[in-house]
Design a binder for this molecule. Structure first.
Ligand code: KIV
Ligand code: ZN
Length: 511
């Protein structure tokens, strides 16, 4: 008989808390719906006591997604557990997740507690959580570096107090597969009441071993795995959802387990996350990287043409990646168009598709082929568009080896047109400084990246920025063959969205 592996997704908690990946509430809601479609079993929506914004986001997710368990993280304090419960109590299936560190190094330096105190605190927290729900997960932070027998003692106490899942994290990504297998087997057999709970693992990727450790732990008896889309997470990230799921799927010949994941939603989920955060997936990332199914070498191409299985162990379609990705053109119908948008992670209404399809046809009349990036520009312009508070009228930049980079900018600010100039350490810096001076923005630039939409030196440059002001965050995007102009457009787009967020019911609109 094959065993089910519970997929606990922590993209919106452990993933989101890592630098560069923070999302606003609307973005989190959008991603949560996609994770529901992906059919994760548990969706960890956040850490409600960490901020008001996080609390609200978790609450909104708990109200929105109904076909998935929604978990919220809490330290072992009553305040944290109250906040977590407050945020998820309306979920269809809420789960409280409480944790405390168990390794000696954490006890001595971070918690300043002895082992007895940690056991008592864990028991108190689980018992306190139990008044709210029976669905309680307890995590032993830094479990992989904890004394084995102490770990078993803490788990036994937590299960006796009511924990239904006990999670063993490799918090610092230190474990290696053989050792982790051994640890899981030990904990499984030396925790007397382990039969009453699900054993879970949560690996980090500091040594690039998170997926290997997770698979090893499944073989050793773990039945829940904690993962993130695109492997995002603290430092080197968490275990990749797509890698574990596709390893189980592809190697069912030797890994006798299954998940409920709809594998066709893997690529749309990965793509949506990259779009929302503005951080692209590394091209050679397993499963979802741009090169994961690309065969460049002649000998490989030859083999694949003769029989795909010579060099391809998975069908791209299994993860929802259409192989005919470049064929949209003026003869493409509405159905193919809609399907392509779905693969890119956009679940749009018929009205929105109608608007986009019209623009798509206009574009396709001018160009032979429409690539995904063109569709994304259309979505940004037509669907995610906000009223322009600022509009770029003119930009002139002087830079080079013998000039102080200078930008002259003309902006439309409402009904007024203003012009100003400023300096910077480079042309982008000069442009941004000038725009910031003219708009008086207090926003912080959290992320800036430049990409090219097509190949060659005549390619369209694409700039993505992420801005933050007073706890509100938004993305800005700009495309232009001139990358400085693309940067100015992205910055102004981000400022327009921030202005819109400030003046609106910010949590309802997808920005
Ligand atoms: O890495 C870790 O230990 C965690 C716990 C809170 C589960 O994220
Ligand atoms: Zn973690």
């Amino acid at each position: 008989m094959t065993d089910k592996i519970i997929i606990f997704d922590t993209t919106l908690r452990d993933g989101e808390q890592s630098p560069g990946y923070s999302m606003n509430t609307a973005e989190k809601l959008h991603l949560a719906s996609q994770l529901e479609k992906l059919r994760v079993d548990v969706l960890e929506a956040g850490f409600p006591s960490s901020s008001e914004g996080d609390f609200e986001a978790v609450q909104m997710i708990a109200n929105k997604v109904r076909n998935v368990e929604v978990a919220a993280l809490a330290r072992t304090s009553k305040e944290d557990i109250d906040a977590a419960w407050g945020a998820i109590k309306t979920a269809a299936r809420p789960r409280l997740h409480t944790f405390i560190a168990t390794s000696d190094i954490h006890l001595q330096y971070k918690l300043k507690m002895d082992r007895d105190q940690v056991v008592a605190r864990a028991v108190e927290a689980v018992a306190y959580a139990k008044q709210f729900t029976n669905n309680i997960e307890f995590s032993a932070e830094d479990g992989s570096r904890s004394d084995r027998d102490f770990l078993c003692r803490v788990f036994e106490a937590a299960i006796s107090a009511g924990a239904t899942t006990v999670n063993l994290p490799d918090t610092v990504g230190y474990a290696i597969p053989s050792e982790f297998t051994d640890l899981i087997s030990y904990v499984k057999t030396h925790t007397p009441n382990m039969g009453k709970a699900t054993l879970s693992v949560h690996c980090h990727n500091d040594l690039g071993l998170a997926t290997a450790n997770t698979l090893a732990s499944i073989n050793a008896g773990a039945r829940q795995v904690e993962v993130t889309v695109n492997s995002i997470g603290e430092r080197a990230g968490n275990t990749s959802l797509e890698e574990v799921v596709m390893a189980l799927h592809t190697r069912r010949d030797c890994l006798n387990f299954f998940t409920d994941i709809d594998t066709k939603e893997i690529y749309p989920s990965s793509h949506l996350l990259a779009m929302i955060t503005g951080i692209p997936v590394q091209p050679n990332k397993a499963i979802v990287g741009a090169n994961a199914f690309a065969h460049e070498a002649g000998i490989h191409q030859d083999g694949v043409l003769k029989n795909k299985m010579t060099y391809e162990i998975m069908e791209p379609a299994t993860i929802g990646l259409a192989t005919n990705r470049l064929v949209l053109g003026k003869h493409s119908g509405r159905h193919a168009f809609k399907d392509r948008l779905r693969v890119l992670g956009y679940d749009l209404s018929d009205r929105e598709i109608g608007v986009l399809f019209k623009r798509f046809k206009e574009l396709a009349d001018k160009r032979k082929q429409i690539v995904d990036e063109d569709l994304e520009v259309l979505i940004a312009e037509e669907i995610l568009r906000v009223p322009d508070t600022y509009r770029l009228q003119y930009l002139n930049v002087v830079s080079g080896t013998a000039a102080v980079p200078t930008a002259t900018v003309q902006l439309e600010l409402g009904k007024k047109v203003q012009q100003d100039a400023g300096f910077g350490i480079g042309p982008i810096d000069a442009t941004f400084n000038t725009i910031a001076k003219m708009t008086g923005t207090k926003s912080r630039l959290l992320h800036f990246s430049i990409d090219s939409l097509t190949r060659g030196t005549d390619a369209q440059g694409s700039v993505t920025v992420r801005l933050e002001e007073d706890g509100l965050q938004t993305l800005g995007k700009g495309n232009d063959p001139d990358i400085i102009v693309a940067g100015a457009k992205a910055y102004i787009n981000g400022l327009n969205r921030l202005a819109h967020l400030k003046g609106n019911s910010w949590s309802k609109k997808i920005m």
